[in-house]
Design a protein around this ligand. Structure first.
Ligand SMILES: NC(=O)c1ccc[n+]([C@@H]2O[C@H](COP(=O)([O-])OP(=O)(O)OC[C@H]3O[C@@H](n4cnc5c(N)ncnc54)[C@H](OP(=O)(O)O)[C@@H]3O)[C@@H](O)[C@H]2O)c1
Length: 194
C-alpha cells in the first residue's frame, strides 16, 4: 500500500489559513532557506506557476505522483486561470458539484471519495499520494491519512481554518523527522499509529 500524506502549512495554533482559508500571510516564511528545502525535498508540492517562477519546472517528483485536493482549494487555482495546477502529477479534485472536469489531467471524485482513495493507495507505485487540502477534504479523509508533514510557521492566528474540518476524535500519530529553520519554521513528519 502506498501512503496518503497530508502535507500542509499551518500556524503555531494549528490553522491552515484565516477564517476564510486565506493562507497568504504564510508566504513570507517561504524565505531562501525554506525554499531550498522545498526544492530539494518536496519539489512536486509547488504548483506549476510557482515551479516556473523558481526554475524547478523540470525537477523530477521525489515523493508523490498523485495529488488530491478539495474543490475549495482547486477553486483558487481556477480563479488564477489554472485548470491543471499540478500538471506534473495525476490530479484528483473532490467535488459533488463539479460534474465535468475542466482539464483532461484532472479527474473529479464525487460520491465515492474514500473508495477512490483506497483504490489509489492500493496501486503499485514507488510514489505516494499528496493530500493538498483544504480543511474539509482533510477532515473527510482523516481515517485514510498515513502520514502528516506539517510546516509550522512561527505565527499565531487566534482563529482560522482548522487543519481538519472534522468532528472531535482522538487519532494518534508517531513523531518522525523534525527540521527547524532559521526563520522559526518547523517541519514535522508523523506517521499514523496503527
Ligand atoms: N495552508 C495550506 O497549506 C493550505 C493548503 C491547501 C488549502 N489551504 C486553504 O484551504 C482553503 C480551502 O479549504 P476548504 O476546507 O474550504 O475546502 P476544500 O477542503 O479544499 O474543499 C472542500 C470541497 O471539497 C469537496 N468535498 C469535501 N468532502 C468531500 C467528500 N467527502 N466527497 C466529495 N467531495 C468532497 C466539496 O466540494 P463541492 O462543494 O463541490 O461538493 C467541498 O465543498 C483555501 O482557502 C486554501 O487557502 C491551505
Amino acid at each position: 500500500m502506498r501512503k496518503l500524506t497530508y502535507f500542509i502549512a499551518c500556524s503555531i495554533d494549528g490553522f491552515i489559513g484565516g477564517p476564510d482559508g486565506d493562507a497568504t500571510t504564510m508566504y513570507p516564511f517561504v524565505d531562501e532557506e525554506f525554499l531550498e528545502f522545498l526544492k530539494a525535498e518536496y519539489p512536486e508540492t509547488n504548483p506549476v506557476i510557482v515551479r516556473r517562477a523558481i526554475g524547478t519546472d523540470d525537477f523530477p517528483n521525489r515523493r508523490f505522483d498523485t495529488v488530491i485536493q478539495g474543490r475549495g482549494s482547486y477553486d483558487l487555482a481556477l480563479k488564477d486561470g489554472m485548470t491543471s495546477p499540478y500538471a506534473h502529477m495525476r490530479e484528483y479534485v473532490a467535488s459533488r458539484t463539479l460534474t465535468e472536469s475542466p482539464h483532461p489531467n484532472v479527474e473529479i471524485v464525487g460520491d465515492d471519495l474514500v473508495a477512490k482513495v483506497r483504490e489509489l493507495k492500493a496501486e503499485d507505485s514507488e510514489f505516494g499520494i499528496y493530500l493538498c487540502g483544504g480543511s474539509q477534504l482533510a477532515g473527510a479523509l482523516l481515517d485514510e491519512i498515513d502520514e502528516l508533514v506539517i510546516k509550522t510557521y512561527p505565527v499565531v492566528y487566534g482563529t482560522g481554518m482548522p487543519m481538519f474540518g472534522s468532528d472531535f476524535a482522538v487519532t494518534e500519530f508517531t513523531l518522525g523527522e523534525v527540521r527547524s529553520f532559521g526563520n522559526g519554521a518547523v517541519v514535522r513528519t508523523y506517521s499514523r499509529k496503527r
